[in-house]
Write a protein that binds this ligand. Structure first.
Ligand SMILES: Cc1cc2nc3c(=O)[nH]c(=O)nc-3n(C[C@H](O)[C@H](O)[C@H](O)COP(=O)(O)OP(=O)(O)OC[C@H]3O[C@@H](n4cnc5c(N)ncnc54)[C@H](O)[C@@H]3O)c2cc1C
Length: 366
């Protein structure tokens, strides 16, 4: 069997590596012309995402390019710390934070070093029966086509033209980095602040760079097309005058600011047809609040490869994959949406973090 994978972000590269380990040939076709050096924000891969990478021996490059997050603190608008949560779970390897650009590059380099064909500048425009057609007029042929093409997936629409579009979460998310070591720091810790109008979080690297994000309630389209400076001043205005470090940290940030509206995909009715299947954000996307989208994409990738390894044909494997994944990912998307809207603080994360994939476990059809 040969798999053509569309999208070389998180799930595409890891699916290719997992398939290779399962003895299935795969090639990755990524629309972006470069390795992702300009992919803006940062993210945290939680215990369960690291576990999925470990299942296929691909956790090393992520650990090398990231720093540890040991826990989080919740702070009130007047600056009081009201809760501390440790990420230490009985020796389970903890979460890692890194820029999206470093994650993409680390995974892509690892996939290429394992002998996987990785093509850049290949934007899928259409597909039929495992054959992918790209914008530049070229094509790629396989027995199956895996849609790892993210939130605005083309493959999702090819499988089911009536699938619902991504849903606005009602939040703009702004990310930034400051190397000013005089601002308040949160080494190896996520400090989260619910202010009067918005939500702010920050963490600091071992060398003192502070990574921060702000979630600003806003309708879709209100702030489209803002420059880095406009995003910075918008985020600053949301916290200015409050007794929090947020405004000070944002003020100290140069042009390394990225912003955009956020979306989720609560339920995709059809995940596959006889030759095409979805993984990661293409199948389900969570709002950023739970910090789990990448980890869920990593779990998907490894479980799909196990299903294709153990089951006799693609439709049977796709059905088993959906059976193993759908309830978990949809529960996560719903819980992340509830955290985003402030209707729950979602304290019990054991069901998320303790998920374990045993690579050698045999997958059955039912
Ligand atoms: C602001 C923000 C912050 C986040 N923070 C976190 C976090 O802290 N922790 C976490 O776990 N998750 C986080 N997420 C979610 C996480 O980024 C996604 O869940 C994750 O990237 C999904 O991986 P993926 O491989 O499915 O999609 P992506 O990483 O989006 O990769 C999709 C790839 O497909 C390519 N592509 C798209 N269309 C085509 C096409 N037509 N042809 C070929 N290639 C195509 C894209 O260029 C891209 O490289 C965050 C998301 C956002 C927006």
């Amino acid at each position: 069997m040969k798999a053509v994978i569309i999208g070389g972000g998180i799930s595409g590269t890891v699916t290719a590596m997992a398939l290779k380990r399962a003895g299935i040939e795969a090639s990755v076709h990524e629309a972006h012309p470069t390795g992702g050096e300009d992919a803006g924000a940062f993210l945290t891969i939680m215990h369960n995402g690291m576990d999925a990478l470990r299942a296929i021996g691909a956790d090393g490059p992520v650990v090398e390019n990231s720093f540890a997050a040991d826990g989080l603190e919740l702070v009130t608008p007047d600056g009081r710390t009201v809760e501390r949560r440790s990420f230490d779970l009985d020796g389970l390897a903890g979460p890692r934070t890194l820029t999206r650009a470093s994650l993409y590059l680390a995974l892509q380099e690892e996939a290429i070093s394992r002998g996987i064909t990785f093509e850049r500048g290949k934007r899928l425009v259409s597909a039929t029966s495992g054959t992918a057609l790209f914008e530049d007029g070229t094509s790629a042929e396989g027995d199956i086509l895996i849609g790892a093409d993210g939130l605005h997936s083309i493959v999702r629409n090819l499988i089911d033209p009536s699938c619902p579009p991504p849903r606005s979460t009602g939040l703009d998310v702004v990310y930034g980095y400051t190397t000013d070591t005089s601002v308040p720091q949160a080494p190896s810790l996520y400090r989260m602040v619910q202010s009067l109008h918005a939500f702010f979080g920050y963490t600091s690297t071992p060398d003192g760079t502070t990574y921060w994000f702000a979630r600003l309630p806003t309708a879709e389209g209100v702030r489209s097309g803002l420059s880095a400076e406009e995003w910075r001043s918008t985020a600053f205005a949301a916290f200015d005058g409050e007794p929090l470090p947020a405004a000070e940290i944002i003020h100290s940030t140069g042009d390394e600011v990225f912003g955009g509206h956020s979306y989720d995909v609560p339920s995709t009715p059809v995940w596959s047809d006889s030759t095409m299947v979805l993984v990661g954000d293409a199948a389900h996307a969570a709002s950023p609040a739970a910090g789990q989208g990448a980890s869920m994409a990593l779990e998907d990738s490894v479980v799909l490869a196990q299903c294709l390894r153990d089951l006799p044909d693609a439709p049977t494997a796709f059905a088993a994959y959906e059976r193993l994944r759908r309830a978990r990912v949809e529960k996560l998307v719903a819980s992340s949406a509830a955290v985003s809207s402030g209707t729950t603080s979602d304290r019990d994360r054991n069901w998320l973090y303790r998920h374990h994939i045993e690579w050698d476990a045999k997958i059955s059809a039912s």
